[in-house]
Design a protein around this ligand. Structure first.
Ligand code: AMP
Ligand code: MG
Length: 404
C-alpha cells in the first residue's frame, strides 16, 4: 500500500500555482499577491490634523492654563477635503477638523476639548507642545515603500491598504475554482423525501464548505448516479469552469464504481490504496488539456473529509501560491486508550481541549469511529494521528493531533 506521505508528495509534485492574473479589488479577497505592492506617494500624503480643534503656532499659546487662558482670533475653518492652500499668521488660529491639511505656519493642533470652542475668538486653556495632534506625512508609509510583499494573502486589511495606495487592481494568484461532484445511486437531495435504500447526499456540502475555508471558490453539482457514462458526460461539461475537481464515491473495489470505471481508461488518474484509516481508496490525477487536478475521494463521509484535509487542502494551498505541506499538528495526551490497525495511519476523531496550567492539551476520542459516522465527526474538532507501526496506545499517551 502507498503511504500517506507518498500520496501527498505525488499530489504536491503535480499541482502548480495558478497563473497570476490582474484582479480588480472587488474580486481580490482571498487571492495571493504575485507582485510587491509599493506606494506611489507617502501616507499620509500631507501633514494633517489628528483631532477637531485649532491649528496654532505653539509659540503663541505658551503658558496657557485654565487660570490664565490665551485668547486668540479665529480666521477661517479648515475642513477635511479643503484643497486650497491655507496659512496661519502669528497671533491667529484657524479652526481645523480631523484629516484636514495643517495650514502653513501652524505647528500644533489644540483639541477643541481644551478650549471654549469659539468661532470668532477662542479661549485656549492648555498649551500644546509643538507637533501636538499632527499626523505627519509619511508616518505610515514612505513614497516607494513596499506595503505588501508578493505572497501575501489578501484579506480585509490588505484590501484596505491596496485601496489606500491608490490601486484599482493587482497581479495575484486567483482563488482556485473547484467543482465538487458526488456520485451514488442511493443519494437524494436534502429537503426531498427519502425512499427505502436512499440517503441524503451530504459530502458535497462538507467539501464545498471545506474548499471555501481553504481559500477556494467552490461549485456544487447535483450528484450523479452510478452510471460511468453519465458521470463522464457531467464531468466533461464542468471542466471548462474548473481549476480543480473533487469527486466523492465510486472508487472502491465493488461493482458500480462510476468514477473508477470512467477515469481508469484515460490513464491520467491513478486509483490506489493508501495506508490510512479512514479513507483507504484514493485517486488522483489530471484531466484535459489544461491538466486540471482531480481528487477522487472515497464516498464514506468521514473518509472524504479526512482525505480533503490530508490531500486537497495542501494542494489548494499550492494552487494559491502558498507554502504547502501536511496538516499542522499539535501534541496532546489522550484521555482514553486508542486502537489502530497495523500498517495504516489512523486519523481518529477527537475533541481537543486546552491543557490546564502547565499541562499538555488533552484529546478525547469521540464515540463512533466508523467512517460513515457523520454525527460523530460533527462532534469532533480534531483528528488524532496514530502512526502505522502503532496498534495500541494507553490512556495518557502523547499523540499528534490535527485540529480541524
Ligand atoms: P462509495 O465510496 O461510493 O462506495 O460509498 C461509500 C459509502 O459512502 C456508501 O455507504 C455511500 O452511501 C456513502 N456515500 C457516498 N457518497 C455519499 C455522499 N455524497 N453523501 C453521503 N454519503 C455518501
Ligand atoms: Mg457509491
Amino acid at each position: 500500500m502507498k503511504s500517506v506521505d507518498a500520496h501527498l508528495a505525488e499530489i504536491l509534485g503535480t499541482v502548480r500555482p495558478l497563473d497570476p492574473v490582474e484582479l480588480g479589488l472587488e474580486e481580490a479577497l482571498g487571492a495571493t499577491l504575485a507582485e510587491d505592492v509599493t506606494s506611489p506617494v507617502a501616507l499620509p500624503p500631507f501633514d494633517n490634523s489628528a483631532m477637531d480643534g485649532y491649528a496654532v503656532r505653539a509659540g503663541d499659546v505658551v503658558g496657557a492654563t485654565g487660570d490664565e487662558p490665551v485668547v486668540l482670533p479665529v480666521t477661517i475653518d479648515v475642513a477635511a477635503g479643503d484643497t486650497a492652500p491655507r496659512a496661519v499668521g502669528e497671533g491667529f488660529v484657524t479652526r481645523i477638523m480631523t484629516g484636514a491639511p495643517v495650514p502653513e505656519g501652524a505647528d500644533a493642533v489644540v483639541p477643541v476639548e481644551w478650549t471654549d470652542g469659539g468661532t470668532v475668538k477662542v479661549t485656549i486653556r492648555r498649551a500644546p507642545s509643538p507637533g501636538n495632534a499632527i499626523r505627519r506625512s509619511g508616518e505610515d508609509v514612505g513614497a516607494g515603500d513596499v506595503v505588501l510583499p508578493s505572497g501575501t494573502v489578501i484579506g480585509p486589511a490588505q484590501l484596505g491598504i491596496l485601496a489606500g495606495v491608490g490601486r484599482r487592481a493587482v497581479l495575484a494568484h486567483p482563488r482556485p475554482r473547484v467543482v465538487v461532484l458526488s456520485t451514488g445511486a442511493e443519494l437524494v437531495e436534502p429537503g426531498t423525501p427519502l425512499g427505502h435504500g436512499q440517503i441524503w447526499e451530504s459530502n458535497s456540502y462538507t467539501l464545498v464548505a471545506a474548499v471555501k475555508q481553504a481559500g477556494g471558490e467552490a461549485f456544487r453539482r447535483r450528484a450523479v448516479g452510478d452510471d460511468p457514462y453519465e458521470f463522464s458526460a457531467t464531468l466533461n461539461g464542468l471542466l471548462g469552469e474548473a481549476d480543480a475537481v473533487i469527486t466523492s464515491g465510486g472508487i472502491s473495489m465493488g461493482a458500480y464504481e462510476p468514477v473508477k470505471e470512467a477515469l481508469s481508461p484515460l490513464g491520467t488518474v491513478r486509483f490506489e490504496k493508501v495506508a490510512m484509516q479512514p479513507g483507504m481508496p484514493q485517486g488522483f490525477g489530471v484531466l484535459g488539456e489544461r491538466q486540471i487536478p482531480i481528487f477522487t475521494l472515497p464516498g464514506n463521509p468521514v473518509s472524504s473529509y479526512v482525505s480533503f484535509l490530508l490531500y486537497v487542502k495542501p494542494a489548494l494551498a499550492r494552487m494559491r501560491g502558498l507554502p504547502a505541506g501536511p496538516p499542522v499538528t499539535v501534541t496532546a495526551t489522550t484521555a482514553s486508550a486508542l486502537r489502530s490497525p497495523a500498517g495504516r495511519r489512523s486519523f481518529l476523531r477527537g475533541v481537543l481541549s486546552a491543557g490546564t496550567g502547565e499541562g499538555r492539551a488533552v484529546v478525547t476520542p469521540v464515540h463512533g469511529q466508523g467512517s460513515h459516522q457523520l454525527a460523530a465527526l460533527a462532534s469532533a474538532n480534531a483528528l488524532i494521528v496514530v502512526p502505522e507501526d502503532v496498534t495500541d496506545l494507553p490512556e495518557g499517551a502523547v499523540v499528534e493531533v490535527i485540529p480541524i
